[in-house]
Design a protein around this ligand. Structure first.
Ligand code: ATP
Length: 283
């Protein structure tokens, strides 16, 4: 089986507080995009579960999130593990705030469930995904959705109106635990208007949704990284984006465009000073 695992973007990301169990309560509007990894699942002859990728620094075998997802799926069904090779062609940048590992895990869950004749409903499959990672339930369902709690409480939303998305991943990586620690130690000056964005989606108002995008983590980035993300967002707006935002805990920035020509032009301009740049559509 060959399957696609779509990247996600955060149209909004808000942190409501820290819980007694150490996790944070989040409220975020998520969107899947056509940027994707490709996974190939092939039965093997008695070699067990094996995972390989085309990026040498990613974990292979049992440590890869794709393998963890397969194990959790077989456990949930109470059936023995299969002899299976999972080969991942990565296109989604790693540690970029686009849920690259989580979406690979979700794609494995969907594929194994489909191959078994769909014994689990999408909601049950999302619950299995919760054991693999907080973003996996959303990645199982995909589309436009509100994610709350750790990210596992999902409400499907009206789809973001048709648009083109220019995605820029700056050259540095960001430490997610460090950013969560910083967010606990500051008073947030600015919060996303999540309810306003939900109303814009109800009304099919792309401009209204794009203008309300915001991510609280942008404010707690280290200064040089915040400047770089701000510079990319400004360049996207200058190039005609209806709105621009940072995804997840960064550092990926993206802009929404209502016309493919403007998006292509923006991609070309930003490619001059950003190596990882993609022109996508929403899924
Ligand atoms: P999120 O948006 O969910 O915070 P991210 O995009 O910032 O995630 P990922 O690309 O998912 O980060 O990578 C997070 C970690 O997961 C990396 O340290 C990587 O080694 C590990 N990992 C395990 N399996 C995979 C996989 N299939 N693809 C990418 N990373 C994986």
């Amino acid at each position: 089986m060959e399957i696609q695992a779509f990247a996600k973007l955060n149209l909004t990301l808000d942190v409501l507080g820290k819980r007694p169990d150490g996790y944070h309560d989040l409220r975020m509007v998520m969107q899947s995009i056509t940027l994707c990894d490709t996974l190939t699942l092939t039965p093997n002859q008695g070699q067990g579960l094996r995972v390989s990728t085309d990026l040498h620094f990613l974990p292979t075998g049992e440590k890869n999130l794709a393998a963890i997802a397969a194990r959790r799926f077989w456990e949930a069904l109470g059936c023995p593990a299969e002899d299976l090779d999972i080969c991942i062609r990565k296109r989604i940048p790693v540690c970029a705030g686009m849920a690259g590992g989580s979406t690979d895990a979700a794609a494995v869950l969907r594929a194994l469930n489909q191959r078994a004749g769909s014994p689990l409903t999408p909601a049950e499959l999302a619950r299995v995904g919760e054991q693999v990672g907080s973003d996996v339930p959303y990645c199982v369902l995909g589309g436009t959705a509100l994610a709350e709690g750790r990210g596992e409480r999902l409400t499907p939303l009206p789809a973001l109106p048709r648009c083109w998305v220019v995605v820029c991943k700056p050259e540095f990586a960001i430490s997610t635990p460090e950013l969560f620690a910083r967010i606990d130690s500051v008073r947030l000056r600015c919060r996303p208007d999540t309810d306003g964005l939900l109303s814009a989606l109800e009304e099919g108002d792309l401009g209204g949704a794009a203008r309300r995008m915001y991510n609280v983590f942008e404010d707690v980035l280290p200064p040089r990284q915040r400047d770089r993300v701000g510079e990319l967002k400004n360049a996207l707006i200058q190039a005609g984006a209806l709105g621009a935002n940072m995804s997840g805990t960064g550092p990926t920035a993206f802009g929404l465009f209502d016309c493919p020509e403007a998006a292509e032009e923006a991609r070309a301009v930003l490619a001059e000073n950003c190596r990882d740049i993609f022109l996508c559509q929403t899924v």
